[in-house]
Design a protein around this ligand. Structure first.
Ligand SMILES: Nc1ncnc2c1ncn2[C@@H]1O[C@H](COP(=O)(O)OP(=O)(O)O)[C@@H](O)[C@H]1O
Ligand SMILES: [Mg+2]
Length: 259
């Protein structure tokens, strides 16, 4: 009992050090699941490195990860925290173990989640280097990825699925996404593998798309690469058909693979 008390007290002090806001019960519930002791330690490490100044509320609660708002020394941040006891861990393992970049990792749950977090950070960097607009990764620690906040004054930019567009803007955004898929494929050797209206953010200032959520992105060498690319193509065509855009998957595929 005493040991547990001590543990709780330690977590509470770590929380205080991070000045985690506990405004509503919703984000409290989230914190119970996500902010286990190792995660708190890693967050604290990031705050000692002066990457995180203050943790804010939850932006999103997903299947494998939660995204939080935070403040850095100079800018707003998004903090993506992968849960270590994630339910879809088996799927993660299949992506990771077939990726030639991650051949030497141990296959425990923790190690796979840590490798996954690193992989997302690397993929975001590769995408950006290829000219794709994606959030800038600013640091990672075990299961925590820190990135540029896509939004202003604590308000995140909308997902593509939550924004109404006229046909002209939709066409322009579609073409930009196709450009990005082509750059990802030919310049970064990456296939997003979960591309949809959920993982495309729209910058409301200029209606430009921003590609997010790249943990599962794979290189062309991955045995399922073609299948993943085809699925991405179909998702994008399905979504934009509501704006009257018509193109065959084959035509879009050849655009993406053109040098
Ligand atoms: N850098 C960011 N800035 C602002 N909001 C973000 C950022 N990254 C993610 N989000 C928000 O959080 C949601 C979930 O993030 P995502 O990376 O797609 O994780 P998941 O694996 O849970 O789908 C996104 O749909 C988006 O609304
Ligand atoms: Mg997502």
């Amino acid at each position: 009992m005493k040991k547990l008390d001590k543990k709780i007290r330690r977590i509470d002090t770590d929380r205080d050090k991070l000045r985690i806001k506990q405004k509503d019960s919703d984000s409290l519930k989230v914190e119970e699941n996500v902010f286990d002791e190792p995660t708190l330690k890693n967050l604290y490490k990031l705050s000692r490195k002066n990457i995180i100044k203050e943790m804010g509320g939850a932006i999103s609660t997903g299947k494998e990860a939660n995204v939080f708002y935070a403040l850095g020394p100079e800018s707003e941040l998004a903090v993506k925290i992968y849960r270590i006891t994630t339910s879809t861990f088996k799927a993660m393992e299949a992506y990771i173990t077939k990726d030639p970049r991650f051949q030497n990792i141990r296959h425990t749950k923790r190690d796979i989640v840590f490798a996954w977090t690193k992989k997302e950070s690397q993929n975001l960097k590769r995408a950006r280097n290829a000219g794709v607009r994606a959030p800038e990764p600013l640091g990672s620690e075990k299961n925590i990825l820190i990135m540029e906040f896509l939004g202003e004054k604590e308000v995140p930019y909308p997902q593509l699925k939550n924004i109404a567009l006229d046909r002209e803007d939709a066409k322009r955004i579609f073409e930009k996404i196709v450009d990005y898929m082509q750059l990802l494929f030919t310049e970064a050797n990456l296939i997003h593998a979960d591309l949809s209206e959920y993982n495309i953010i729209i910058d409301p200032n200029n209606l430009e798309p921003i590609i997010i959520d790249m943990g599962q992105a794979v290189t062309q060498e991955h045995p399922n690469a073609r299948e993943f690319l085809y699925r991405d193509v179909q998702n994008i065509l399905r979504y934009f058909s509501r704006y009257g855009l018509k193109m065959s998957p084959e035509e879009l595929l050849s655009k993406i693979q053109a040098k």
